[in-house]
Design a protein around this ligand. Structure first.
Ligand SMILES: CC1=C(CCC(=O)O)c2cc3nc(cc4[nH]c(cc5[nH]c(cc1n2)c(C)c5CCC(=O)O)c(CCC(=O)O)c4C)C(CCC(=O)O)=C3C
Ligand SMILES: [Fe+2]
Length: 336
């Protein structure tokens, strides 16, 4: 396809995840360094990973997406929290003579966690490698027709998997990762962008699937200390509330994520599924965008767009954390 912006490579930037039992704790420590996540929560999450043999599905999904891409450029892959680390990838790109790469981040929305942290980690990796290429982050794609089409197709397929008698009245329940309220308030140029963008995508998907149907946006995977307020309601509490209102069936649509990684397969397919089971509700979970052809084509379309202006330095600032949650000694590699 070539590129109008002088890109000579595409860099896929993702979260990273463990690939075996012994990777799990060091990975989790990278993720939560300086973030004030209670130890008990960490051990709980460790058990989620160990239940799946210590292997997060996210790396396989990144490899599958990269294999499906056909953008006429060399494609590199680097993660924030596990191998292949961004810094190692940027070093390889530099050795290969890459001058200007476009970055596709596997997170579609604005917020500190889903945008700024990726930008910071790209900047840190570039700073560590002399002669590193310029890296231009592609724009947020939450409302791109490729992403919306993929999610709409997967939502229709999930509806079709419900028992026939429940399909017409099933509620669409869109989910995304909860974030602290302080982070939600400062997301995007004017604040509130994470939730507003998610609501917009949920509406766009619903419009394509069945404009008459009721839908909700709820949250999953909350962590952090209990006294810190995060976006609510949690998906499992919401299923209880729907049940109490007489709703008999729901389709969970994880629009907050682009692949069926651990937060999706554990928090929805294990936990939310158990809640629905207990309540006697029919539940079906839509696949994430993954390697849906419309999502794959979107990447080529983003590369052909005029070069994005990029986020202002003041956009999606790091949330102020309680002093007790900050490390007293900076960790090697900095505050990821
Ligand atoms: C907005 C958002 C996304 C979506 C955007 C994006 O995709 O980036 C996302 C994705 C992901 N989150 C993931 C994993 C984890 N997130 C954690 C912790 C946290 N996530 C947060 C936010 C988000 N997270 C926040 C505010 C925290 C609290 C700590 C902090 O303030 O930073 C923890 C620590 C344990 C825990 O506390 O749960 C883990 C293990 C994985 C990998 C899954 C796999 O391995 O398959 C993925 C894709
Ligand atoms: Fe997370």
């Amino acid at each position: 396809m070539g590129s109008t912006n002088g890109y000579d490579a595409l860099l896929v930037v993702s979260f990273g995840g463990p690939e075996g039992p012994e990777d799990v704790m060091p990975f989790l420590e990278n993720v939560v360094r300086g973030r004030g996540v209670p130890r008990e929560r960490l051990l709980e999450v460790e058990a989620h990973y160990q239940r799946f043999g210590g292997v997060s599905p996210i790396n396989r999904q990144c490899r599958d997406l990269i294999a499906a891409l056909d953008v006429g450029l060399p494609v590199y892959w680097g993660n924030r929290n596990w191998h292949p680390f961004l810094e190692d990838t940027v070093r390889r790109m530099t050795e290969d003579g890459v001058r200007k790469a476009a970055a596709l981040v596997t997170a579609a929305y604005s917020s500190y966690s889903s945008c700024r942290q990726y930008l910071d980690d790209i900047a840190r990796a570039r700073a560590a490698v002399p002669g590193a290429p310029e890296i231009v982050k592609l724009r947020h794609y939450f409302d791109h027709p490729g992403f919306v089409t993929a999610m709409a197709d997967h939502t229709r397929a999930a509806l079709a998997r419900l028992p026939e008698g429940e399909r017409d009245t099933a509620r669409l329940v869109f989910t995304a990762h909860s974030i602290p309220l302080s982070m939600a308030r400062t997301a995007g140029p004017a604040g509130g962008a994470y939730e507003a963008q998610l609501r917009e995508t949920a509406a766009l998907v619903t419009e394509r699937v069945d404009p008459e149907r009721a839908f909700d946006l709820v949250w999953q995977s909350r962590s952090g200390p209990p006294q810190v307020p995060w976006l609510e309601p949690d998906v499992c509490d919401h299923l209880e509330a729907l049940h109490a209102d007489g709703v008999r069936a729901a389709v969970l649509v994880p629009i907050g994520f682009v692949s069926d990684h651990m937060e999706v397969v554990y928090d929805l397919d294990v936990e939310a599924a158990a809640t629905a089971d207990k309540l006697g509700m029919a539940l079906s979970r839509a696949a994430t965008a993954g390697t849906h052809p419309a999502f794959v084509s979107m990447v080529g379309e983003l590369l052909a767009e005029p070069e994005p202006a990029g986020c202002a330095a003041t956009c999606c600032p790091a949330p102020v954390r309680p002093a007790s949650s900050r490390p007293s000694v900076p960790a090697p590699g900095g505050d990821r």
